[in-house]
Design a binder for this molecule. Structure first.
Ligand code: TXA
Ligand code: MG
Length: 358
């Protein structure tokens, strides 16, 4: 029997207060949460996830209540334990996009644990837009540090069942079931810690042009400087399924299939096609039909983002030799999905773990 929400949240608050881990639903993906002020609890995140301890975590904070009269002042109060300086541009981003799928990187205050920031001088913070997690944050009263609730390098979970599949039968992990995630890919990360314009560290469902349109702020791409902050999702191999994932361009799909099937004549492949091209491909690829299972996908970046990790997880269970997916268009609207697919394809396959953490 499912417990009423309030008693479930009581259990979650109690778990966080006593240094345990709680998987939290957010509008992006599920997080593996712990009290951001408790070093022992933070260590448990790294251990369970198998993540190197110098890869920093995002601190999740509550949002001011709707009834709040001075929202700006309230945000400053909520952030004050964690940040040393909040630039004007950041305050504007917060007012436009929080709670929501945007993480901001600030200069950190002295009291933030090194284990949360990986020893860096900055701290990543966001206020998630999921009501269950907001209630947990309000009742707990502190910050919850949480990476995505997947094993290191693997696909982020977008449902409570996915979290259970990542960490099966774990009596030390309480999973708060908040349904399927609305956005389905991780938050956009923008660095507001340095001089100059805010920098995009990870694309997500909030794009630089959306930020420009609603807040009037220019966000620039990260440069190639060697001293960039570490963002584990920016390692080339990440978000990867166990099955090999191939990105194809429409013009050479037939040739790519031909060579894959020649290498493994008995193999089956999952072929994802844009839905409007489904019938065209079924006709064009007649010679290979025995080897293929077709799945039509929407040519809509927000919709595909929402379904992407679910789809990859399901296909990963399908005993396929490989998954083929079309390369998304090279436009800004597709940046986040393209980024995740490129990393997933680089890190995919049974031996990916060997080259993953370089
Ligand atoms: O949507 C999300 O952001 C989800 C949900 C659970 O909030 N969280 C998430 O966490 O994706 P994680 O740990 O899988 O990815 C967070 C990224 C990492 O790539 C990490 O390196 C980066 O944020 N990060 C954390 N602190 C940072 C900092 N001080 N400077 C630069 N990047 C930082
Ligand atoms: Mg992650």
């Amino acid at each position: 029997m499912t417990k009423p929400h309030s008693s479930l949240i009581d259990c979650a608050v109690d778990a966080i207060r006593t240094g345990k881990l709680v998987a939290i639903p957010t509008e992006t993906v599920y997080g593996l949460g712990a009290d951001a002020s408790n070093n022992d609890a933070i260590q448990k995140i790294y251990q369970l996830k198998g993540r190197p301890t110098d890869h920093p975590l995002i601190i999740h904070v509550q949002a001011p209540p709707n009834s709040c009269k001075d929202i700006e002042k309230e945000w400053l109060t909520i952030l004050s334990p964690w940040t040393r300086h909040i630039p004007e541009s950041a305050l504007s981003l917060i007012k436009h996009f929080w709670p929501g799928p945007l993480t901001l990187v600030f200069e950190k205050s002295k009291s933030v644990l090194d284990s949360v920031t990986g020893g860096q001088a900055t701290v990543a913070i966001r206020s998630p837009a999921h009501p269950l997690t907001q209630e947990l944050l309000r009742r707990f009263g502190g910050g919850i540090a949480a990476p995505s609730a997947n094993r290191y390098g693997r696909i982020s979970p977008t449902s409570a069942a996915d979290v259970e599949a990542e960490f099966p039968n774990n009596p030390d992990l309480l999973i708060l079931d908040g349904g399927s995630c609305e956005h389905g890919i991780e938050s956009t990360i923008v660095d507001v810690s340095g001089e100059g314009l805010p920098k995009l560290l990870r694309p997500g469902s909030i794009s630089p042009s959306m930020i420009k349109a609603s807040a009037g702020i220019d966000v620039v791409s990260r440069g190639n400087a060697a001293n960039q902050p570490r963002v584990s999702g920016t390692h080339l191999a990440h978000y990867a399924p166990h099955t090999a994932l191939y990105l194809y361009s429409t013009s050479d799909l037939a040739a790519q299939l031909d060579s894959l099937i020649r290498e493994a004549p008995k193999a089956k492949f999952a072929l994802l096609v844009w839905e409007q091209e489904h019938s065209h491909y079924e006709a064009e690829l007649k010679a290979y039909l025995n080897h293929l299972t077709f799945t039509a996908i929407a040519m809509d970046p927000a919709l595909l983002a929402k379904q992407l990790y679910r789809l990859l997880r399901d296909l990963d269970q399908g005993q396929y030799q490989g998954i083929l997916i079309p390369s998304p268009p090279k436009t800004e609207a597709w940046d986040a999905v393209r980024d995740r697919l490129q990393r997933a394809s680089f890190g995919s396959g049974p031996s990916s773990i060997n080259h993953m953490s370089s």
